[in-house]
Ligand binder design. Structure first.
Ligand code: FE
Ligand code: CA
Length: 523
């Protein structure tokens, strides 16, 4: 769909959307401030915490605590249209023998009875446990951790990153293993839900067909959160999340939908999809949100060890060139103004990469940055248009910037592609001797694609055509990384199957990056 669409038309036709969304957010703000307006339930008909607990966006003195009250329980308790008071307690111990903070917050019906308590004044680099209470029911206990102070000379940090969890394709077993590791931080790089079914050999089903409306999106998140392993992973550590395409629509680009929707319809859909995302994620309410826009790119600092630049490569991008897919280059592809980040986010990113003082500079983002050259049967070069290869001039600008401003140890984390890779980021991917300016660690899916396999011919061909790419594997799982001042060590952790429960986890491969020496090396 390539409709022409003017900003003026958009503003006119969507003024109504804007006021609608501002209205709901204003209500959310009011309800979280004026506790007296919320109803205190003395008892509830059943456990309202079936969606679990979560925390996220840690800073040195704050953390966002999340839960959401089950809609059926609110209905049965006669509160489905009312704001409900939810209490929380925080302790340094799992036994809660000393509660160091407590409070309450309103769960408003406008936000589906989700709550985000942005608790401030906490100690830095400290593990905390938290729990929620409504009426006579207490939630499961969550473990979380604040970030080290910005000035801290922290020596060790353990994180995991994951992406792509098509519910119908398999069980979220990898999350059970991730939960057991009690990381300092878990990063989700998108495709947390899928808007529709695809593939065969489905082991379980979505609650309905392709999702369009706010209630559709809410129902879909409910389905995904019904898996106990993802709830365990949320309860085990703070998360930093960003979205990819399937939180709205496969391969959408800015206001361009994949299917027959007009830009107006896609923007309407973005209002609902983005709101549902916020409702279900432990994320700070982004400032400046209006209408179908929701800026979620942000920076988080973890002592002097790591700065994380969280990106959004979907909301602001130009439409995939040459009709999307793997294509021979065309004029549209060669337009030097093409952008995956959009001007404002790009400027913000380039500024951050020029001024950072952290040892490791992580770009938490969606799409593969290293070039992934393909060759057609006729011997012509094929470009995968949905990933950074489809935005070659902006990628070049970014990689040259890393070199020019000497960003310390850039490490790009990537999801989307449902397979594990490790790659050198080079100033010119077509010249083997070209300078390496960064490292990319690409993580496989949690479940998308089914059981997967260790290696395929598809991957072998790509490795042969792309010498800067060092490793390929298509099992399911996640990547964990241990950071020290001198070394980034990444373990590619895989499960042998996901179409039945209970798979063990193994380290399939380990790659490292030494501080001061960009690029990936086999351990
Ligand atoms: Fe995906
Ligand atoms: Ca994707």
């Amino acid at each position: 769909m390539k409709s022409k669409w003017s900003r003026r038309d958009f503003l006119k036709k969507n003024a109504e959307l804007t006021s609608l969304l501002l209205g709901s957010l204003a209500l959310a703000g009011v309800s979280s401030l004026s506790h007296s307006a919320a109803r205190r339930l003395t008892s509830v008909s059943a456990d309202p915490f079936t969606l679990g607990v979560a925390s996220g966006d840690p800073t040195p003195d704050s953390i966002v605590l999340w839960t959401r009250l089950a809609r059926e329980v609110m209905m049965e308790s006669g509160a489905v249209d009312q704001a409900v008071q939810v209490d929380y307690e925080i302790s340094e111990s799992y036994s809660f023998n000393r509660v160091i903070r407590s409070g309450s917050i309103a769960a408003s019906p406008e936000l589906g009875h989700s709550v985000h308590a942005d608790v401030r004044g906490l100690d830095s680099d400290q593990v905390y446990f938290y729990r929620w209470q409504v009426g006579n029911v207490t939630s499961p206990i969550g473990r979380t951790k604040t970030a080290p102070a910005a000035s801290a000379r922290n020596e060790n940090f353990r994180l995991a990153f994951a992406s792509c969890q098509q519910y119908e394709h398999g069980y979220f077993t990898a999350y059970k293993h991730m939960a057991d590791e009690e990381f300092d931080l878990i990063i989700h790089l998108g495709d947390y839900i899928y808007e529709r079914s695809w593939g065969t050999n489905l082991v379980r089903n979505h609650e309905g067909p392709e999702i369009i409306t706010l209630q559709d999106y809410r129902n879909r998140y409910n389905t995904y959160k019904s898996d106990p392993d993802i709830r365990a992973a949320h309860a085990s550590a703070p998360w930093v999340v960003t979205w990819d395409d399937h939180e709205v629509d496969n391969n959408y680009a800015g206001e361009i939908a994949e299917d027959e929707q007009t830009p107006e319809q896609l923007l309407r859909r973005r209002v609902d999809a983005y709101q549902a995302y916020y409702e279900f994620m432990p994320i700070r309410l982004p400032v400046g949100r209006e209408g179908p826009d929701m800026p979620i790119h942000r920076r988080l600092r973890f002592g002097n060890l790591m700065e994380m630049h969280v990106l959004d490569t979907r909301q602001y991008r130009n439409d995939q060139a040459c009709g999307d897919g793997r294509k021979i280059s065309c004029d549209e592809h060669q337009d030097p103004t093409r952008s995956a980040l959009g001007q404002a986010q790009k400027n913000w990113l380039l500024d951050g990469l020029a001024t950072t003082e952290a040892t490791w500079n992580v770009l938490a983002q969606q799409i593969m940055m290293a070039s992934l050259r393909g060759v057609s049967d006729a011997g012509e070069r094929l470009w995968p248009m949905d990933i950074w290869d489809g935005y070659p001039y902006e990628r070049q600008e970014l990689l040259e910037h890393l070199d020019t401003v000497s960003t310390p140890n850039p490490v790009v984390l990537t999801g989307d592609i449902h397979s594990n890779w490790a790659a050198d980021l080079k100033l010119d991917f077509d010249i083997p001797s070209s300078k390496v300016v960064g490292s990319e660690y690409i993580g496989t899916s949690i479940s998308s694609g089914g059981d997967g396999q260790d290696m395929t011919n598809y991957g072998s061909d790509l490795l042969a055509n792309n010498p800067h790419v060092k490793f390929y594997n298509a099992n399911r799982g996640y990547v964990s990384a241990t950071l020290t001042p001198s070394l980034w060590k990444a373990d590619y952790k895989t499960v042998p199957y996901i179409t039945s429960r209970g798979a063990p986890i193994n380290i399939r491969k380990t790659y490292v990056t030494e501080a001061g020496r960009p690029g990936v090396q086999e351990n």
